[in-house]
Write a protein that binds this ligand. Structure first.
Ligand code: SF4
Length: 177
């Protein structure tokens, strides 16, 4: 087992303490730097940082950054959600390490969806029901993994299906945590 234990800190964003969401940093008791390219290969990281090695995942509206010595997660509901994600990651990290001889390490981020392809399927009314100022902003956030298809309620079902199909080819969109 590569990652055995960690201690976590859960806090509100300093820039706006009124936000309901919390952030979490888990300080790892073991260095897991060597597993990062294997974890990236298995989970399809959104981005792989080479200079200071880290792999970034976007899942369920959160950004999860795994470094060699710590894991950062943003936009959490509470500490309980942080525990759930950290335990899922610990299992994925240890599984990837145990199976590393069978995995081809990957040092690149996954391909990204195109904003224009997302925008084509949105209603383009700029109605703001999703909380964004324009459909273009929504499309850009969706391409980044911050927004999901169901966040645009006025979209017709046919386009929702098409958009879900399109996004399903980009593995980062919905990790099964
Ligand atoms: S809810 Fe949909 S149609 Fe309205 S602004 Fe957002 S993306 Fe555009």
């Amino acid at each position: 087992m590569l990652l055995k234990s960690y201690s976590k800190e859960v806090f509100r964003a300093k820039c706006n303490p009124n936000f309901e969401a919390v952030h979490c940093i888990a300080y790892l008791d073991q260095d897991i730097g060597d597993v990062l390219p294997y974890l990236n290969a298995v989970l399809g990281g959104f981005e792989y940082l080479k200079e200071h090695p880290a792999v970034i995942f976007k899942a369920q509206g959160k950004i999860i950054t795994v470094h060699g010595n710590k894991i950062a997660i943003n936009a959490l509901k509470d500490a309980e959600e942080a525990d759930k994600i950290l335990e899922w990651l610990k299992k994925e990290i240890n599984d990837a390490w145990d199976k590393r001889d069978e995995i081809t390490p990957c040092f690149e981020g996954a391909p990204k969806p195109k904003i224009i392809e997302i925008l084509k399927l949105l209603p383009k009314t700029n109605c703001r029901e999703c909380g964004e100022t324009t459909c273009m902003v929504f499309a850009a956030k969706m391409a980044e993994g911050i927004k999901a298809t169901d966040d645009c309620s006025p979209m017709i079902n046919e386009n929702k299906e098409k958009l879900k199909n399109y996004m399903s080819s980009f593995r980062f969109e919905e990790q099964d945590i």
